[in-house]
Design a protein around this ligand. Structure first.
Ligand code: C2O
Ligand code: CU
Ligand code: CU
Length: 476
């Protein structure tokens, strides 16, 4: 049995974090300049899309797959022809994809090869609190920890990332994120294999030498001028004349996107954060807040060989509208179909409590983000919920910035938006929801299937680190 070196720490993670980053010479400390024009930006569509490798188990039993993952420094060709220092899972950026099966347990033994504390959080995973990667549950440098993911939830596009308190805005910026895809038996006709493509979208900025350039911006969050998909600057993707399932993840620190195809073709959404929708929804464009996922099916069958279709970010300006280009090749392939219905809606109990969280910016003392006047306190529980119940949570945004709100240890339904209605694409289980400026969004979290202490927070990483994160204790 591996000795667990994961422990709860009460020291000031923020102070410690800054010191260890400064000590690390490979990655420069944050630039304090206001301008974040990349000195080494590249033109879009110069390189082919890369797919992160799928992690191979080191052993498997009848009920479980066991993996090993090393957090360490590495180099990645993000800009064509240049090697950029990164932090990577197994040294690569983005990290390898873990494919899990509903009902089979995944065990990941993680070793921390960096010079500061780390952990791993499975975003969207319903996992026991001990394996959740709470921001104060950390792996020491040189240490290891075994995370156990029971995969009791429906098939969904999840992701894993660092959650070390005070550090994760930087460590995620420098590369620490990867896909974790849960599969099950439902809707087997959807495109699979080569036609099931995970796409992680992030914005970045670079120095002239190709190194990543982080600029701390507590107010807006980090905004880069270069869009990177699966670790390459706005790549091109050679597609067959077939149906493709594209799994979009926004793993940017703070940037929101509005995705659409340049030829006006629809994106047929089949899944959201928590998995399949009840039925497919055809959308001309899809908003994607930080940490959200949407799975869409795109039909390239009726396009001519040689056609080029861009995936455009409608919220982009300057160099940030160009996300990805699909280059249609001559080959036709039968890759499946989109069923008329996908997954029946689950009955859930009525809410037993209502809580109101006011999203606000505080300028008394050091500027920071808060929920109802509270910032993260390791020793304070901010909400107590009963295992198996649902509640009504109101996110009330009285601040001047949007906030992508996320809950650990629970999935939720979006019940109501004060600005407009809840889109059909947001009606299945979710774990992250955007709350626009001036808006109130009401969600219904279900605290199941595990008891324990979980955090909930804004997924604008600069907001989360300063200190827009609270804790819910779920008791049996
Ligand atoms: Cu991506 Cu606390 O989560
Ligand atoms: Cu999470
Ligand atoms: Cu926020």
């Amino acid at each position: 049995m591996v000795r667990s070196e994961l422990r709860w720490t009460r020291r000031d993670a923020l102070e410690r974090g800054m010191a260890s980053f400064a000590a690390l010479c490979l990655l420069p400390a944050a630039t304090k300049t206001a301008a974040i024009r990349s000195a080494a930006a590249a033109d879009p569509y110069q390189v082919d899309l890369q797919l992160p490798p799928t992690l191979v188990p080191v052993s498997s039993t009848a009920t479980a797959d066991r993996y090993e993952l090393a957090i360490r420094e590495g180099r990645a060709e993000i800009i064509p022809g240049q090697l950029t220092p990164v932090y990577g899972y197994d040294g690569i950026y983005p990290g390898p994809t873990i494919r899990a099966r509903k009902g089979r347990t995944t065990v990941v033994r993680v070793t921390n090869g960096l010079s500061f504390q780390q952990n791993i959080h499975l975003h969207g995973g319903l996992v026991p609190a001990a394996s959740d990667g709470h921001p104060m549950q950390l792996i020491e440098p040189g240490g290891a920890f075994e995370y156990t993911y029971p995969n009791v939830q429906d098939a969904a596009t999840l992701w894993y990332h660092d959650h070390a308190h005070g550090l994760s805005a930087r460590t995620m910026f420098y590369g620490l994120a990867g896909f974790y895809i849960v599969e099950d038996e439902v809707a087997p006709d959807l495109p699979a294999g080569d036609f099931d493509v995970p796409l992680v979208i992030q914005d970045r900025a670079f120095n002239a030498d190709g190194s990543l350039r982080y600029t701390e911006n507590i107010d807006e969050g980090f905004m880069g001028d270069t869009i990177v998909v699966n670790g390459s600057v706005s790549p091109r993707f050679a597609v067959k004349r077939a149906l493709y399932r594209l799994r979009f993840l926004n793993a940017s620190n703070a940037r929101a996107y509005e995705l659409r195809l340049s030829n006006g073709d629809p994106l047929v959404q089949v899944a959201g954060d928590g998995g399949l929708l009840e039925a497919p929804v055809s959308r001309s464009s899809i908003p994607l807040a930080p940490a959200e996922r949407v799975d869409v099916v795109v039909d390239f069958r009726r396009l001519a060989a040689g056609a080029q279709v861009q995936l455009v970010n409608g919220l982009g300006t300057g160099s940030t509208p160009s996300v990805l280009r699909f280059d249609v090749t001559g080959t036709r392939a039968d890759s499946g179909r989109v069923p008329a219905t996908l997954r029946p809606r689950e009955e859930i109990p009525a809410p037993v409590a209502t809580r109101r969280w006011e999203l606000m910016f505080s300028t008394t003392g050091a500027p920071r983000w808060e929920m109802s006047g509270l910032g993260f306190e390791m020793d304070r529980i901010d909400a107590r919920a009963r295992l198996g119940t649902t509640e009504r949570w109101l996110w009330v945004n009285n601040s001047h910035r949007p906030h992508p709100m996320h809950i650990h240890g629970a999935h939720f339904r979006v019940l109501d938006r004060s600005e407009g209605s809840v889109h059909a694409g947001d009606r299945a289980w979710k774990d992250t929801v955007m709350v626009a400026v001036g808006e109130t969004v009401i969600v219904q979290p279900r605290f199941a299937p595990y008891a324990g202490r979980y955090v909930f927070h804004c997924h604008n990483l600069e907001h989360q680190e300063r200190a827009m994160m609270l804790q819910v204790e779920v008791t049996a």
